[in-house]
Design a protein around this ligand. Sequence first.
Ligand SMILES: C[S@@+](CC[C@H](N)C(=O)[O-])C[C@H]1O[C@@H](n2cnc3c(N)ncnc32)[C@H](O)[C@@H]1O
Length: 236
Amino acid sequence: MPQTSERIKRETGSTRLPASMRAEEYARLKELLLQLRPEATLEIGMANGESSLIICEVLNQLGKGKHMAIDPFESSPDGWAGRGVEKIRQAGLSHCFELLEEFDYLVLPRLVAERKFFDFILIDGWHSFDYTFIDIFYADLLLKPGGVLAIHDTGWPAVYKACRFLETHKRYDRISPPIAVIIPSLVGRIFRRLGQILRGPKAFMEARRRRIEWYSLGAYQKRENYQVPNDFFVEF
Ligand SMILES: C[S@@+](CC[C@H](N)C(=O)[O-])C[C@H]1O[C@@H](n2cnc3c(N)ncnc32)[C@H](O)[C@@H]1O
């Protein structure tokens, strides 16, 4: 494990990502949870514990359930130094929380082998395509039909692409507005806005809802367990 941590540090200069979501995204997360009323929740990427705290607060409010968070850097001094876990403890919510302090690619297959199932999963870990894709792959196996998969930073090109795989190869209904990749240039953004206007009022309003309510948070409800046929592939 430390070897990977060191590798990530060497390759990226940091083991850290921006540590939280926007206030509006946390508000959407809370709404999703209150609507869904989950009992078993899972999160990949805990950091300072903001999203874990919201999830535990909702479970506590509902009077049942348990939240598991996966983060290999939670307690290490050069990681999050235990701040997330301390936040949960201070809120008096440790009874509904469990930290799995390991890498996603080790814990997730183990949870599948243990036949654990979840009503809600939030993916907000390492945002490269390979890690996000693996998180989505295992989340799909771990999520109950009817459960909700939320993915943060869908505007990052690699995360966006992994979400497009989910949209094109799995049976999920998107709850959030259509995801949109971040366009760095102003000209590019103007052209995209024009395209949204040309596609009509519905597309325009959906894109607007994305910009002011959901930002980079995506949410999908699982319709059913589904494995694509052996020879199925569509561009995504
Ligand atoms: C953007 S932060 C999570 C923020 C958190 N969800 C919140 O809203 O408060 C991403 C987290 O992913 C963790 N992470 C990085 N690589 C990971 C991996 N391979 N498996 C699981 N978590 C990982 C980082 O330590 C970091 O805490």
